[in-house]
Design a protein around this ligand. Structure first.
Ligand SMILES: NC(=O)c1ccc[n+]([C@@H]2O[C@H](COP(=O)([O-])OP(=O)(O)OC[C@H]3O[C@@H](n4cnc5c(N)ncnc54)[C@H](O)[C@@H]3O)[C@@H](O)[C@H]2O)c1
Length: 348
């Protein structure tokens, strides 16, 4: 069991992370750090942290801390992660890895230089449904995959949003594509085991076009992957009436079958000409549901702690986080320039 120091105990920590961390046998919540003292007091009492502080430097000096968990806006990742690496702490950083590629590289270099492990928070790879989809593809039920379509588009009103990093492109590095689209670029890489070679994207502000909002509310990107797969990614927060679950779907086509699923509901449909499937069902057409068990956060942290203890690769490496971010940055550069953008990108 390793001691975690959590920097940033805002909504994501409380709503998405803490339950999974508490369920882990590998994680001991040791110190909570946040600029907001009232938040610290309530979080410390609620989750039984041993210590709390408002200065992350204090946390980094504590030799009891093995892992630093960064739950901060992405433009704050670089400085704190580099300081944590220098202090010899292993780092779990929330997605998006950083607000730009240069910062992401700086974090990776610091971790390498100081010999600490780095894991980027793409926990969605550990959702039950995503793992089942990967298994179906890897077992060959779709044959050779040639097309993937990922939609992550729902309604989220940001007109009154006070956190500038969510509405200011310069500060945060992007809008919905960076906020949740990077989970999907990561999903594409995970499912396909291929890297993108080029992208063309279109974006706009169809609904949230107020002067203080400089991020997209709609973006569609078309990727080509090294193995030939064509990938389409649609993200946005302007899709009315589409709840989070209905607005999130993945479709994959191969020469022997088609798979459609919704990661968060677990709804899944498979057509395969390979009938002898014992992975799922002996029929060519299957409609089923793999109820997600909600344990993805526990799984990723268990695996990360194991990688530290056994000195193996983290479940999601810095390179993985970088590639997911690079796919998003490439789409932005294409949308801005109205040109096809080729990978790898210049990271300056
Ligand atoms: N993995 C996922 O599925 C997922 C989902 C949503 C968001 N996220 C990511 O989680 C991160 C946090 O999101 P959020 O909505 O909680 O952000 P937030 O800005 O609402 O909260 C961040 C917290 O960090 C604190 N903080 C800021 N600077 C600090 C500093 N220097 N020292 C100590 N504390 C500091 C703030 O006071 C705040 O309480 C973001 O990077 C976001 O993209 C991940």
């Amino acid at each position: 069991m390793l001691n975690y120091g959590v920097i940033g105990v805002g909504p994501v920590f409380q709503n998405f992370q803490v339950e999974g961390l508490l369920q882990s046998q590998s994680v001991n919540l040791y110190t909570a750090c946040d600029l907001k003292e009232d938040l610290l007091t309530s979080v410390q009492q609620q989750y039984d942290f041993k210590k709390c502080c408002t200065d992350y430097g204090e946390l980094l000096q504590d030799s009891n801390i093995d892992v630093v968990l960064l739950n901060l806006p992405q433009h704050k990742h670089r400085d704190i992660a580099v300081a944590a690496a220098k202090a010899g702490k292993n780092i779990y950083v929330e997605k998006p890895f950083a607000s730009n590629l240069k910062d992401a590289k700086a974090i990776m270099s610091a971790c390498e230089k100081h010999g600490v492990k780095l894991c980027v928070g793409h926990q969605r790879r550990f959702i039950t449904t995503e793992r089942k989809a990967k298994e179906i593809i890897d077992e060959g039920y779709l044959g050779t995959v040639y097309k993937i379509r990922v939609i992550a588009s729902w309604w989220q009103d940001i007109s009154e949003e006070k956190r500038a990093w969510l509405t200011d492109f310069e500060l945060g590095g992007g809008g919905p594509l960076l906020r949740w689209g990077v989970h999907k670029t990561d999903t594409m890489r995970f499912l396909l085991d291929q890297e993108a070679v080029r992208v063309f994207a279109e974006w706009d502000q169809f609904v949230f076009d107020q002067p203080h909002i400089t991020v997209e509310d709609t973006l569609v990107a078309l990727y080509r992957f090294e193995g030939g797969v064509i990938g389409e990614l649609e993200v946005g927060n302007a899709q009315r009436e589409a709840g989070f679950q209905r607005g999130e779907t993945i479709e994959i086509w191969g020469d022997k079958g088609t798979l459609w699923y919704q990661p968060s509901t677990g709804e899944m449909e498979l057509y395969s000409v390979e009938k002898s499937t014992n992975v799922i069902n002996p029929d060519a057409f299957m409609r089923t549901s793999y109820e997600p068990d909600g344990k993805e956060m526990t799984r990723i942290h268990d695996r990360f702690v194991e990688s530290i203890e056994k000195d193996t690769d983290p479940p999601i490496t810095g390179e993985d986080g970088y590639k997911a971010l690079e796919m998003a940055v490439g789409a932005y550069r294409s949308a801005q320039s109205k040109k096809v953008v080729h990978f790898p990108l210049d990271n300056e």
